[in-house]
Design a protein around this ligand. Structure first.
Ligand SMILES: [Zn+2]
Length: 107
């Protein structure tokens, strides 16, 4: 991976959304990259001011952003990532509906 790849992981790290392997790889990069450490500090300050409350009826939510952009996207998903390739069914069947709420607050 290159610097930009690690940089893309930083917002997710600030939201504690990386898996253990991703976090370990990013931590190794952070030891040697002051720019990414500063970026992580900035994102952690932003994340500390935000709270996200999810509806428990919505089992799968992805939170993401893009490097250098000032937004965070919250996406309710109808199946886990790569579920189609693993043959897993949707948890909301075709033609059915599901309503859920989430709330984002900034302190
Ligand atoms: Zn870096």
């Amino acid at each position: 991976m290159v610097h930009d790849d690690y940089k893309e992981m930083i917002p997710a790290r600030a939201l504690s959304a990386l898996d253990a392997a991703e976090e370990r790889v990013l931590n190794e990069h952070l030891e040697n990259c002051a720019e990414c450490r500063k970026e992580l500090e900035d994102w952690q300050a932003t994340a500390a001011a935000l709270s996200l409350t999810l509806d428990p009826s919505q089992p799968i939510v992805t939170v993401w952003t893009l490097p250098g952009r000032d937004f965070v996207c919250v996406e309710p998903w109808t199946r886990p990532s790569d579920a189609v390739n693993r043959g897993e069914a949707l948890w909301v069947a075709p033609q059915q509906t599901h309503e859920a709420m989430f709330e984002i607050r900034r302190a």
